[in-house]
Design a protein around this ligand. Sequence first.
Ligand code: 3PY
Ligand code: MG
Length: 257
Amino acid sequence: MLNKLREKMEKGEQTIGTFVSASNEAFVECLGYTGLDYVIIDTEHGPYDTMDMMSMIRAAESVDLTPLVRIADVTHKEIQRAADCGAQGLIVPCIRTMEEIHKLVDLAKYSPLGNRGFIKGRGCHFGNQAWAAGSMEQFMEMSNEKLLVLPQCETAECLDIIEDVMKVDGVDGIFIGPFDLSFSMGIPGRFDEPVFEEAIQRILKACQDAGKPAFIFTPNEEAARARLAQGFDSVTNGLDPGVITAAYKEMVRKIRG
Ligand code: 3PY
Ligand code: MG
């Protein structure tokens, strides 16, 4: 299978990833030596241009870390450039409507699921990978398998339609953004409100009923362990500025005693 993250999930393995929103390709390479399964290159919040994103995708591939990209919105340019640079998954923020879901699948997947614009780009090493040399039908099927489409459920509007979202062919799973979801529900950051946990469990159930993986962002290791114990397929823990700062603070604390 071309996408190692998809392969692990299909075997029932729970996976761990992290966000990179401020660092560069050397940092992404280092992440590949840690045991993480994937990295999400955050172009929604990070200061990255297309070349930065492509360099970090290359760095991740060099250490067998699955590179996913969080795009900014559901537009042709955002989806096409990430897919063509070799992203193996798109995390898509702030979804609100079924129209956006259908547009996303249409732009990200080749026929018969959608109408992605054709090019043999970096994702198949510009056509030099063996899988890309067969028939066009094979190329489209394998490209569709390689690129995971993971809309974020992080608005009250998306929560309302989550069961329908999960039924769409071409949606490969869901990524929960707990912060934005809580903001959208009018309970910003109040993760202990029962209504918030009910929402999380509703999304998890919708994924399980559809047989598709549920990803969730977690702010710390304790939260990550708890979500895995609840049956989440994947946790994306932390962001590079926070993790780096905490690690260096701990280093300094240990030296100063
Ligand atoms: C959120 O919590 O809103 C996120 O998007 C986390 O990635
Ligand atoms: Mg968010």
